[in-house]
Structure formats: C-alpha cells, structure tokens
Design a protein around this ligand. Structure first.
Ligand code: GTP
Ligand code: MG
Length: 200
C-alpha cells in the first residue's frame, strides 16, 4: 500500500551528475541501483515508476553514463547509476565514470540502501563481488535484486538464488533477502516498491 502510494505520486528526473561536487544536497535519504552494464537498472526504475522512458534504457551496454537522480514525493531519491564491467564506450570515459561510481558508493552519507542488480542468467561474477566488497568496507547496506527472471526456467531460478545466497555469506553489509524481478513482466516490482517506501 505504502509502496503503491509512493510510486503512484509523481516521480521526476532531477539531474544527471558527472562529479561528486554535482550531487544534490543531502537533504533526504536515497536508494541507488547499481549493477553491471546492461543488467537492467534503468528498466527497473521505469518499471517501479510505471513510466516507459523516465530512465533511458537500451540494448547497448553503457547507456547510462551519469549518476541520474529522480525525486519521489516525500520519499527517497532514486539514483540510476552507470553500469560497471563491459561498456561500449571509450576506455578513458569508462574509467572516469567507474571512478565516480566508486566515490559515490563509498562516500554518500545519505545512501540508505544500494540495490545491486544481478542478471538471473549469470549470477554473481567477480566484478560484482568487487562492488559488494566496496559496499562492505563503506558499511552501506546492499540488497541483491535478480533481474530478467522472465528469461530463465524455475529450475534455473532456484540454482541462481542458491549461488547468490552462498556468495552473500561473506559480505557483512548484505541484506539477507533477495528480490526476484522481471521489469518486462512486472514480477517483484510491487515488493521492491514496498521495500523502498518503508525505508526511513
Ligand atoms: P547501462 O545503463 O548500460 O548500464 O544498462 P542498464 O543496467 O540500465 O540496463 P537497461 O535497463 O538499459 O536494460 C538493458 C537491456 O535489457 C534492454 O534491452 C532491456 O530491454 C533489457 N531488459 C531489462 N530488464 C529486463 C527484464 O526484466 N526482462 C527482459 N527480458 N529484458 C530486460
Ligand atoms: Mg542504464
């Protein structure tokens, strides 16, 4: 109910940030969506907000190149992050935004929870683990969100959930519950809305 209400109210794009100095005032809590390039971060924000093109999604890995802030009415900022790992962009550019991503994940005091998206077809990879370790060190609670579950079978789903849960055991900052989602089919979206709406 609370989740439905928060996301039924208007969600607006605030700004794209390219340097820590450009972050909006830390006057409320925020949640961010992190994950490998192409994992479905922008699509998930669109599904949560029920908007087709609020966050720009694309089949080209590296679509989101800035830290994009969205405002909710009376709730946290929603923060769409550039992907890590493979991206179709020049090396120097990728390096710059990876550095920004790391500064952001370890240095934003009002970051209440980081949702780390993991493609359900791939599970946790070494590059994800690096980010999880960074979040541990920064004491930022993170929660894994499996994406694109519409692309796998129930048997594969069980397998990947077990793999992820196993990998999370060595991460003290991990929130133990996973959220299983499909932005395409809407699975798990209401659950995630409620989680976000009840953070304070
Ligand atoms: P970057 O900004 O490049 O890091 O990517 P991103 O993580 O924001 O991914 P994005 O939302 O742009 O989605 C990447 C591709 O995956 C797009 O072609 C989406 O349509 C597709 N996609 C995202 N979520 C789902 C899903 O739940 N199911 C399916 N089948 N496809 C999805
Ligand atoms: Mg994106």
């Amino acid at each position: 109910e609370r989740g439905r209400l928060l996301f039924a109210a208007s969600v607006e794009f605030l700004k794209g940030v390219v340097a820590m100095a450009g972050l909006p005032p830390a006057d409320r809590i925020e949640v961010c969506f992190a994950g490998r390039s192409n994992v479905g971060k922008s699509s998930l924000i669109n599904a949560l907000t029920n908007r087709k093109n609020l966050a720009r999604a694309s089949n080209t890995p590296g679509r989101t190149q800035e830290i994009n802030y969205f405002t909710t009415e009376g709730g946290p900022y929603l923060v769409d992050l550039p992907g890590y790992g493979f991206a179709e962009a020049p090396v120097a550019v990728v390096k710059k935004w990876q550095a920004l991503l790391k500064s952001y994940l370890s240095g934003r005091a009002t970051l209440r929870r980081a949702f780390v998206l993991i493609d359900a077809r791939h599970g946790i990879k070494a590059v994800d683990d690096e980010i999880l370790t960074l979040l541990d060190r920064s004491a930022v609670t993170f929660q894994v969100v499996l994406t694109k579950v519409d692309k796998i079978s129930m048997a594969e789903r069980e397998k990947v959930i077990a793999q992820v849960k196993g990998a999370l055991q060595k991460h003290p900052a991990a929130y133990p519950e996973l959220v299983v989602t499909s932005s395409e089919k809407g699975e798990g979206i209401e659950t995630l809305r409620t989680i976000i709406a009840t953070l304070a």
